[in-house]
Design a protein around this ligand. Structure first.
Ligand code: PEP
Ligand code: MN
Length: 348
């Protein structure tokens, strides 16, 4: 339930309402807007919420039920766009975040040269997997912790914040030490223990949609993280499983406006894993931007033909600036601003 406070409600009145909510056994989530404050009362027992009759309390304007299963990430509770900061870059609220880099950190040279190309093109953050969720146990599984050191060096060289995937809670300590944003991949979207763990840290989380999950399940996964206290969550649509085999996944374009209408969280799109092939990434990226995405995450490699993972879908590092130039026109069309700023020429 949302308790909407009057515009002139005093701090004491707000504190009193929060205390009442907590005494009843629910969690109180105050949100202070420009015009008025809303206190979300969240509890999994509907009887507690029903019994919490705060009508007539000083400073209370009205009580509004939250109709969705997810509460804290819903737009009902927080109508304004939520903005998530990754390093100096903002994602959401009109700021468009382009995250780019190799699927996997393979070597220092490969990662550093890609980082510089991404920076030059105007990316806001560098992606790169250290621990990789591979379908086959016989394929390259990532360099593990040494890859994190390479990412740290790439951040120092390029100035880009780093995004890397967490697969297991045993990797959390090492990753949290270095990552500016932690990715939870499609295969872990419903790893509820992991969701709760990352809810207890303050590193921003990139939550990819499960390849067979509904938008509601995806938002409930985000709710797990936010309900533990970490509201720095960015949603990522990355293609779902359908009967279609022409592409690696089917990019669910509808999920972008649906998630943005029902949730306050920023939504970005991964056209690389959805397409699985390089030539389709640009049209899917354009469509995603025009459908309202707050950013993109794409794979880039200096020599995709030798890549140890996902080469066919990697964009070429040496022409990445041109690729971004095209996407930038769509970002302009939508009245958004690239968080990475203007492209710059740094020793590419
Ligand atoms: C990745 O980003 O490299 C990745 C494995 O993504 P997903 O979880 O979407 O398959
Ligand atoms: Mn990949």
């Amino acid at each position: 339930m949302m308790i909407v406070m009057k515009g002139d409600a005093t701090e004491d009145q707000i504190a009193h309402v929060i205390a009442r909510v907590e005494q009843a056994g629910a969690k109180a989530h105050p949100s202070r807007g420009e015009r008025y404050t809303v206190v979300g009362a969240i509890c999994d027992d509907p009887k507690i919420i029903a019994a919490l009759d705060l009508r007539g309390e000083p400073g209370v304007e009205k009580l509004v039920p939250i109709s969705k299963k997810y509460k804290l990430v819903s737009r009902e509770l927080h109508p304004e766009d939520h903005v998530v900061r990754v390093g100096d870059a903002a994602i959401g609220g009109g700021s468009f975040g382009l995250i780019a880099g190799p699927c996997t950190v393979e070597s220092r040279e490969q990662t550093l040269s890609t980082a510089m190309a991404c920076k030059a093109a105007g990316a806001a953050a560098l992606r790169g997997g250290a621990f990789k969720p591979r379908t086959s146990p016989y394929t390259f599984q990532g360099l593990g912790e040494p890859a994190l050191e390479i990412l740290v060096e790439a951040r120092a060289e390029s100035g880009l914040p780093i995004v890397t995937e967490l697969m297991d809670v045993r990797q959390l300590e090492a990753i949290v030490e270095v990552a500016d944003m932690i990715q939870l991949g499609t295969r872990n979207m419903q790893n509820f223990d992991l969701l709760r763990e990352v809810g207890q840290i303050d590193t921003p989380i990139l939550l990819k949609r499960g390849m067979a999950s509904t938008v509601e399940e995806w938002l409930l996964a985000a709710e797990y993280i936010v309900s533990e206290g970490n509201d720095q969550v960015v949603l990522c649509e990355r293609g779902i499983r359908t009967f279609e085999t022409a592409t690696r996944g089917t990019l669910d374009i509808s999920a972008i406006p649906v998630a943005k209408a029902t949730s306050r969280l920023p939504v970005i799109v991964d056209p690389s894993h959805a397409a699985g092939q390089r030539d389709l990434i640009l049209p899917l990226a354009r469509a995603a931007v025009v459908a309202g995405a707050d950013g993109l995450i794409v794979e880039v490699h200096p020599s995709p033909e030798t890549a140890l993972c996902d080469g066919p879908q990697a964009l070429f590092a040496d022409t990445f600036s041109e690729w971004v130039y095209d996407v930038r026109r769509c970002v302009d069309l939508m009245g958004k601003v690239m968080a990475g700023g203007e492209p710059v020429e740094v020793g590419v």
